[in-house]
Design a protein around this ligand. Sequence first.
Ligand code: PGA
Length: 247
Amino acid sequence: MKKKLIAGNWKMNGSLAANDALVRALIAGMGQPACDVAVAVPAPYLAQVAGIAAGSALALAAQDVSVHEAGAYTGETSAAMLKEFGVRYVLVGHSERRQYHGESDTVVAVKAQRALALGITPIVCVGETLAEREAGQTEVVVKRQLAAVIHLNGHCISEIVVAYEPVWAIGTGRTASPEQAQQVHAVLRAQLAAASEHADRIRLLYGGSMNAANAAQLLAQADIDGGLVGGAALKAQDFLQIIAAAQ
Ligand code: PGA
């Protein structure tokens, strides 16, 4: 059976002092967990968190990666740079990147490709807006988003992680019900199965207001293999409870 993955997404939060306290509390609190655990930290803190987490079960993740390999791209961070800091996972296509930075499905697919080329696991985020859900477009949207990534990365698609994050559930306190989430996860699993004979080993995370109270029910669904956790990943006790719910 594949291990579940609980990934925290700190977004643009943190400070040297706060990160130090949070990461040390996580490492002390989780010991050797039965699931995989990662935190996606802002780029300037990768070195700090890599240092504190060295030798522990806490894996390092980045929140974004450039579509370019190197060169005159001011402000960008390449996959090779992430690799130097021991980054194991990178979020690609988070809805905040799609929304505020205009990232298209194609850009997201190239970012996944850059990560895979360096042996970094892309956590490919997909999800519909409230308007899209209400228009009955949920399946069409998530399948379109994932199809772009499959199209470009077909041969190594079994190496990715997918996170289903309904946009209306992110940071709103409004979680998808376990049934709603499972329904979409089943659609994504079927789409991956059509593209790869190893689709069953791809982990599908749920994200969107996952917290200590609702994690166990969500993680009990057949096709939910972990969580991508925003707000609740900033408090050690909350994140540790979610990790415990995944075991
Ligand atoms: P949230 O964020 O848990 O605060 O809703 C999840 C995410 O954006 O990854």
